[in-house]
Structure formats: C-alpha cells, structure tokens
Design a protein around this ligand. Structure first.
Ligand code: SAM
Ligand code: DTB
Ligand code: SF4
Length: 329
C-alpha cells in the first residue's frame, strides 16, 4: 500500500448522518471557511470548469420522476424528438467549444438505452471527441456491456444521479429502485468511465434527506469525480411545480458539505441558476463549487446565457478551467 499523503487525511468513506448534519448546522462562516480551505488543497482557486448540455433525445420517457418535464406521465407541453443526427450534435458541440466549454454532455430521456441506441450514442461520442472536447452522457440505466460500449467509444464521464436520500426517494420516483441506480454506477465505474453523480435539492425534502443524499455519495467505494447539485427547476405540469423553493443559503450549505465530504470531487452548481442572484452563486463558489453548465438551455429548461455568465465571472474574478480535473478516490 502506498503512503498516505498529508492531504488524503480528508478522504473518508464512512460518514455518519449525525456528523453530516453537524456540518450543516455550523455557523455559515465556519462552514464556508472550512469548505474553501479544503477546496484549495485539491483544486485551483478561482477556476470553474464549464460544460454545455444538449438533449439528444427529448421527452416521452416512461419513468415517473416527479420533477421531470420529460416524463410521459405529465403534460408539460414539451416538443419531443427522437435521437438527433450526428451533424446536429457536432454543430452544437463546436458552438459550445468555441464559446468556452471544455466538456459536452449529451442527455437522453430514456429509462435505459437499447444496445443499438447505445452504439448510436457511441458514434456521437466519437464525433464530439474529435473536436477535442471531453464527453459526458446521461442515458438512464446501463448494463455492464453497454457501459463498455460507451467506454470503447471514448466516453469520459457518465452522469447518473441518485437524486435524493433513500428515505425520500419513494416520494419522487416509483418506476425505478435506488438499488438500480447504484448498480448502474457500479457498471460505469467498472468500465473505467469517470462517474458524475449527484442529486436535486428543493424538492420539498428535509435537511436530513439532503444530508442522506450526500452520505450515500460520500460513502460510495470511490467518490464520483463530478457531483452535480441541482436546484429543482420547477416546470408547470410536473407534480413538484409549486413546491416551496429552497433558500439559497441552504443550497450554499449543501455545496459546502459536499465539498468537505468529497474533497477531490468537482462539485457542480448545476440546474436552477436562473433563480439565483450573482451573490448567491458567489457563495456557492466560496462553498467550493468548481463547475457549472453554460449555455442558455440546460436539457429542456432555461439557463443563464454565456454572456451573462462571463460577466459574472469577471465580477467575481473567476477564470474558466482548461485542464483536466484531478481524479477522485
Ligand atoms: N433519463 C436519464 C436519467 O434520468 O438518468 C438521463 C436524463 S435526466 C433528465 C438527468 C438528470 O437531470 C436527472 O437525474 C435529474 O437529476 C436531473 N433533472 C431532471 N429534471 C430536473 C429538474 N426539473 N430540475 C433539476 N434537475 C433535473
Ligand atoms: C445533472 O445533474 N443536471 C443536468 C445534467 N446532469 C444532465 C440536467 C438538468 C436538467 C434540468 C431540467 C431540464 O432542463 O430538462
Ligand atoms: Fe426520464 Fe430521466 Fe426524466 Fe426520469 S429524469 S423522467 S428517467 S428523462
């Protein structure tokens, strides 16, 4: 066994729920100070990695995720479309690269892809990689061989979220088990693809559930390299439309706790930024957020424009991160 470096003392996989709740309850200054201190041990200060999303297959999803505008169970007036042709995807990726994104993330509204769909997405991945970008895909549940197909195509990251705590999960999704999600994460990890896994806050859950989600992530055998913290985007027609929004300070606390629990992971201030002031986002960066999605659309919902984000970066003295982040353990 190799020697443990001084900084690896922070890497743990045995977090207890009471310890995590204790972090949430710290005075905000103490929590942010500790989170930013850990952030600077493992990540460049003032640098933020940028990804851009594209919905490569939209709507008509058989799953019943109560937050999602793409579920066939809810009428959200979405324009559904089948898998996009490679030319459309490459055009969107090139535009994102030229605007400053280093990673292109392709999302499909599937419960799980078929093997044939997986091969088609493999061709999209190879084409985007040819542009010199990192690739990410989120396609639903994967078998081990499908994960291998994507790895062989050169996929850098696979996004598959746990969404919430095991306790609250049944209130949000009934068509897929928590264990199914954990199994897909294992298949992705075993195929050698970097794991992007996080969840959604602001779904009416308790703080205990936010802590429970972070506990699940932190106690995985290996921390996800990327941890997206999504603030629910409320969409009319979905069951969660009208739920009490999460206070921005609680979102910042969540990001700080994620930062402390998984020091080497890149924490993404993910969906929901249109509802946040620059000041609230500044607190999230102080809490240790190291990546965002840029571009005026997430998958199907609005996001701040590139220009607005670059103006915010200027105001906060943030730089776009160009190198490849450190792998988590
Ligand atoms: N269908 C695949 C799946 O669910 O694994 C991939 C696409 S799905 C849209 C990707 C992730 O987007 C979900 O796991 C969820 O965490 C997030 N998401 C979906 N709708 C959202 C919303 N309204 N607000 C915030 N995050 C959302
Ligand atoms: C993630 O955790 N958030 C992104 C990405 N991974 C795929 C998706 C957010 C979707 C927000 C709702 C929408 O635009 O449809
Ligand atoms: Fe389908 Fe994914 Fe939306 Fe759930 S989150 S309804 S699985 S597209």
């Amino acid at each position: 066994m190799g020697a443990t470096s001084l900084t690896d003392q922070h890497i743990r996989h045995d977090w207890e729920i009471d310890e995590i709740l204790g972090l949430f309850k710290q005075p905000l200054n103490d929590l942010l100070y500790r989170a930013q201190s850990i952030h600077r041990l493992y990540h460049p200060a003032n640098e933020v990695q940028i990804s851009t999303l594209l919905s490569i297959k939209t709507g008509g999803c058989p799953e019943d995720c109560k937050y999602c505008p793409q579920s066939v169970h809810y009428d959200t007036g979405l324009d559904a479309h089948n898998l996009l042709p490679v030319t459309d995807v490459v055009d969107a990726a090139r535009k994102a690269r030229d605007a400053g994104a280093t990673r292109f993330c392709m999302g499909a509204a599937w419960r799980n892809p078929t093997n044939s769909q997986t091969r088609k997405v493999g061709a999209l991945i190879a084409a985007v990689k040819d542009l010199g970008m990192e690739t990410c895909a989120t396609l639903g549940m994967l078998t081990p061989s499908q994960a291998q197909t994507l790895a062989d195509a050169g996929l850098d990251y696979y996004n598959h979220n746990l969404d919430t705590s095991p306790d609250y999960y049944g209130q949000i999704i009934t068509s897929r088990r928590y264990q199914d999600r954990l199994d897909t994460l294992t298949n992705v990890r075993d195929a050698g693809i970097n794991v992007c896994c996080g969840g959604i806050v602001g779904m009416g859950e308790r703080r205990e559930d936010r802590a429970g989600l972070l506990q699940q992530l932190a106690n995985l055998p290996q921390h996800p390299e990327s941890v997206p913290i999504n603030n629910l985007v409320q969409v009319e027609g979905t069951p969660l439309h009208g739920v009490e929004p999460l206070a921005p300070l609680e979102l910042a606390r969540c990001i700080a706790v994620a930062r402390i629990l998984m020091p080497k992971s890149v924490i993404r201030l993910s969906a929901g930024r249109t509802e946040l002031s620059d000041e609230a986002q500044a607190l999230c960066f102080l809490a240790g957020a190291g990546s965002i999605f840029c571009g005026d659309q997430l998958l199907t919902t609005p996001n701040p424009t590139f220009d607005d984000d670059m103006e915010m970066f200027d105001d906060l003295g943030l730089r776009r991160r160009q190198d490849l982040p450190i792998a988590a353990t």
